[in-house]
Design a protein around this ligand. Structure first.
Ligand code: ZN
Length: 407
């Protein structure tokens, strides 16, 4: 039965892809290559390390068990896209750092459990690399939790340990602003010139617990400090490369080399703004058109910055430039591979956290397109499986292994 469903799934994907691309005239899919790609995609453990879906679940009442066309990810489209595991980010904006960030994070974590437990036939919570492998074998989706921005720690290692006990397996040290852990790549002036003394304690405790350290969003100097203090490899859950698209949140070549040297992994993000330089330039122009409306939204949602993000994305879509081609995203993967090798790159979409993604990757059901294009670029089956999830699993396992050596 299962095999039959899988075959049906592959067939449907081929049909829909051919239909879509013939209509749009964008690209002609090679059916033989597609079939080969789908076989690889089905066998691989496909992992996405950054989805902002909890924000939509909590603030907009999204039900992840129902197929939706109002957001980027639900469990049904996850299955259609052959995405086996996703980290749901409990995102808490820096605006709340001095208010009640823990409350927001805990509410999001509750919402994730509540919804995943509602659909035991579709998905299961996962807390380790082994859990991901086991749930993949059962043909279900594995959902994991990360916290985006360390603000919800509220300066307490006790809260850090509580989050671990609640199943949180990574923390993105900060977001668009600096917090009490470290500086942000987009902060106007550095607060700590890297990682704060408290931040260093956080890193050591995360190593001991076996929690992954996410360096997306943090400043260049903060990354250097993290790599110096952390015994375990670290990763960037959703960052692409600065050489191709010059954005602070992306990683420069030196940063990628340092990350790889430590055994870590950069999970390229699909967000058009960080993928394509032309798109970014145009987007920055268009942003000016909606500036007054954006300011009003910010005021309206002063106490609920995540709700602001949800609305801001809707507003942003009205003036978004045409999405880049998927090849642009593959260029980032290529760049990392040429720079440090195929063992240090993976995928972190930022679905439900960004307003635009490359053509074909508009939502989570588009994942097979990546496999197809990697194959088209000449990547081997073995290398594709590493990129789709194998590299991340290696880092996750290493972090857990180092943690065990400390107990
Ligand atoms: Zn982010």
């Amino acid at each position: 039965m299962k095999l039959y469903l899988k075959k049906l799934f592959i067939g449907l994907c081929i049909l829909s892809a051919m239909f879509f691309f013939n209509l749009s005239g964008e690209e002609k899919i090679d059916p033989q290559l597609w079939e080969k790609a789908m076989k690889i995609h089905q066998e691989a453990i496909v992992i996405d390390t950054h989805c902002d879906t909890p924000m939509v679940m909590l603030d907009k009442g999204l039900d992840i068990g129902q197929k939706s066309d109002k957001n980027d990810l639900d469990l049904i489209r996850m299955e259609e896209g052959g995405l086996d595991a996703a980290f749901f980010a409990a995102f808490v904006a820096n605006d709340l750092d001095q208010k009640k960030p823990a409350k927001k994070a805990l509410e999001m974590i509750d919402e994730i459990y509540r919804q995943v437990e509602k659909y035991p036939d579709l998905a299961k919570m996962a807390f380790s690399a082994q859990d991901i492998r086991d749930i993949h074998r059962q043909g279900k989706r594995a959902i994991l939790i990360g916290i985006e921005n360390g603000g919800p720690l509220q300066g307490s290692l006790r809260l850090l340990r509580d989050y671990y006990r609640l199943g949180v397996r990574y923390i993105t040290l900060t977001h668009n602003d600096s917090n009490d852990i470290c500086d942000s790549s987009t902060a106007k002036t550095p607060k700590w010139n890297g990682v704060s003394p408290f931040g260093k304690e956080v890193i050591k405790e995360m190593n001991r617990l076996g929690m992954l350290i996410d360096v997306s969003h943090i400043s260049d100097k903060a990354l250097q400090d993290v790599l110096e203090v952390s015994e375990a490899p670290v990763f960037a859950s959703h960052s692409s490369t600065r050489s191709i698209c010059k954005a602070e949140r992306n990683l420069g070549d030196d940063m990628i080399r340092a990350l790889a040297k430590k055994g870590g992994v950069i999970q390229v993000t699909f967000c058009s703004f960080f993928v394509d330089q032309d798109y970014k330039n145009k987007a920055e122009q268009n942003e000016k058109i909606i500036e007054p409306e954006m300011a009003k939204l910010k005021e309206k949602y002063e106490d609920n910055p995540e709700a602001f993000w949800n609305e801001a994305i809707v507003l942003w879509k009205k003036v978004a430039p045409p999405a880049p081609k998927i090849e642009k995203l593959i260029d980032h993967i290529d760049h990392v591979v040429k720079l440090v090798g195929v063992d240090y790159v993976g995928l972190g979409s930022d679905y439900d956290g960004a307003g635009s993604y490359p053509v074909g990757l508009e939502n989570v059901s588009g994942f097979p397109m990546i496999t197809y294009h990697l194959l088209k670029r000449g990547y081997s089956e073995e290398d594709i499986k590493k990129i789709l999830g194998g590299n991340f699993l290696r880092v996750f396992e290493k972090v857990i292994q180092i943690s065990h050596s400390k107990h």
